[in-house]
Design a protein around this ligand. Structure first.
Ligand code: NOJ
Ligand code: CA
Length: 564
């Protein structure tokens, strides 16, 4: 049996404390609401803004500081709203602009900030600009807002370059010109219904600054910026033989390709920062940028650019204490160097929920969805590890992102019938990738209620597994040791002990155990196979598992304790 030591000579401080009264985004816990799956008010089976507003007290009770709303804009929903047809209005499926105003109001009254999603890399093909571009001639100003190019080959029958879409298949689609003949091609890094904008065009820049102002004027507290590393492409759109995957499996020393992380993106964020800074209050932007290594990602959060960037290297480290410690150290070094807070995230609407991911034989593996016939996660082990890793996430100084349902310990739906899948990645890879539907299943609120309380009629755009009653908020509220109450307690302690702005010092040197002090809280995350013993003077504040015996921290358990 190992003994975790708190001996001062093993101490190694990697992050210094900061003033607790800095701007909210430096230490906020931000809860991601995926509108179509949070709460449905009108019974059509799709979550909506009034549904969110009605359930805001849940988020206040949980104790988060802010919410991030995935897109609710007018959209044909080809990519669940990440295909925006009108950036200044709400899609009728989600409600109206006044519903959004009511949501903002209610959230602010509860002391919750609200950030909204901004999708600047591409529009929907139903956007007026794209309709105009299609109808206009090659070389026209209308086409100049997108990336239209002539094809290669004798008759232009080959795509302009060899890029592939992030959802599989070619990244180019050919249009039919006004004379009925096949004509130019347009670039889409994602689905063919999501044409990429040309960010070298000043009209595109002006339009998005105006969109920022539109929402800032309405009172949003900031933006989550979709594909923030993709807006600018390398000059000449050169061929590239690498794999344009999200960072999983990529070599961090290799540039992600001519479509990502180009120098030109930073200038855009500098001008957006000026827009945000011209508004009262602390408005913030967070970059969704799948950029490695973390030093490179930190360039997005220099003091005149974005405020935060999602730490996907952390999410991708899985259940690997050495990798986690390395990414924690490097994240602090890189972000501290530019004066930015670090973010911590384990789940979102694009990845397999961590309660399932961590139950796979290889818990660092990040498949794009899980379906029937695939390896099924060990649900018990996955949940146990998820709770342990979530207590690590919530202990770390900086800002943390939670994905709706993780506070319930919700697993991925790993047996969705393929005919119900909606993610374009499933179709574009011809089923080779199951896609992201399994992490987007509507939330369960009350056991025994229709659709577990998600919708009054029981309709649900994706089916919920029959055994989700035990995961509902109602089944867990007030139950000591439930995942929900564990998150709640963690959030309360984090606040009480000002952990988000505290210093972080590593203690102990067992590679299987992450032992750290965060301010006056000792955190022991036992990722090994044998129990570890807490220092004699430690008083347990919170444990991720119910089976602690005395001062023994069992495997796959994180404990927060008070020393002295
Ligand atoms: C990242 C979003 O999180 C994802 O859901 C979307 O499909 C792509 N960007 C394209 O917008
Ligand atoms: Ca609805």
């Amino acid at each position: 049996m190992t003994t975790t030591s708190a001996a001062p000579d093993r101490r190694h401080t990697v992050h210094a404390a900061e003033a607790p009264d800095g701007p909210w985004w430096r230490h906020a816990v931000i809860y991601q609401v995926y509108p179509r799956s949070f709460a449905d008010s009108n019974g059509d089976g799709i979550g909506d803004l009034p549904g969110i507003t009605a359930r805001l007290p849940h988020l206040a009770e949980l104790g988060v500081d802010a919410l991030w709303l995935s897109p609710f804009y007018v959209s044909p929903q080809a990519d669940a709203g990440y295909d925006v047809a009108d950036y200044r209005d709400v899609d009728p499926v989600f409600g109206t602009l006044s519903d959004l105003d009511a949501l903002l109001d209610a959230a602010h009254r509860l002391g919750l900030r609200v950030i909204v999603d901004l999708v600047p890399n591409h529009t929907s093909d139903q956007h007026v600009w794209f309709a105009a571009a299609r109808a206009a001639a090659p070389g026209s100003p209308e086409r100049g807002r997108y990336l239209f190019r002539e094809g290669r080959g004798e008759h232009g029958e080959l795509p302009p370059n060899n890029w592939v879409s992030m959802f599989g298949g070619p990244a180019w689609t050919r249009v039919v010109e006004a004379d009925g003949r096949p004509g130019q091609w347009y670039l889409h890094l994602f689905d063919s219904s999501q044409p990429d904008l040309d960010w070298s065009n000043p009209q595109v820049r002006d339009e998005f600054e105006d969109v920022l102002r539109f929402w800032l004027d309405r009172g949003v507290d900031g933006f989550r910026v979709d594909v923030a590393h993709g807006l600018v492409k390398a000059d000449g759109l050169p061929d590239w033989d690498g794999t344009a995957a999200m960072i999983d499996g990529s070599d961090p020393n290799v540039h992600p390709g001519p479509m990502f992380d180009q120098e030109g993106v930073h200038e855009i964020y500098r001008s957006w920062r000026t827009v945000l800074d011209s508004y009262p209050g602390d408005r913030a932007m967070v970059a969704e940028a799948w950029v490695e290594p973390v030093e490179r990602l930190a360039r997005y959060v220099r003091s005149d650019e974005m405020h935060q960037a999602f730490n996907f290297a952390f999410l991708s480290a899985g259940w690997d204490p050495v990798a986690l410690r390395t990414v924690i150290d490097r994240s602090f070094a890189a972000n501290d160097a530019v004066g930015a807070p670090t973010t911590w995230v384990m789940s979102n609407h694009d990845v397999v929920r961590h309660a399932s991911r961590l139950g796979l034989t290889d818990p660092t593996h990040r498949p794009n969805g899980i379906g029937e016939g695939d390896e099924q996660p060990d649900a018990e082990l996955g949940l146990r590890r998820a709770r342990a890793i979530s207590l690590l996430v919530l202990a770390l100084p900086g800002s943390a992102y939670l994905y709706q349902g993780e506070e319930l310990g919700l697993p991925e739906h790993t047996a969705l019938p393929d005919e119900l899948r909606q993610d374009p990645a499933y179709f574009r890879t011809r089923g080779a990738e199951r896609g992201r539907d399994g992490c987007r299943v509507p939330l369960p609120w009350e056991p025994g209620a229709p659709a577990f309380g998600f919708s009054p009629t029981g309709a649900s755009w994706l089916p919920q597994p029959a055994d989700w009653g035990a995961f509902t908020v109602e089944a867990q509220r007030g139950v000591d040791g439930s995942t929900y109450e564990t998150y709640r307690r963690a959030l309360a302690l984090r606040r009480e002990h000002a952990m988000a702005t505290a210093d972080l010092t590593w203690r102990g040197d067992d590679p299987q155990v992450l032992t750290l002090s965060v301010g006056d809280v000792l955190v022991v995350a036992n990722m090994g196979d044998v129990p570890v013993t807490l220092p004699a003077e430690a008083k347990v504040l919170l444990s991720s598992a119910a089976d602690m015996v005395g001062s023994q921290v069992p495997p796959a358990t994180t404990v927060w304790a008070r020393v002295g």
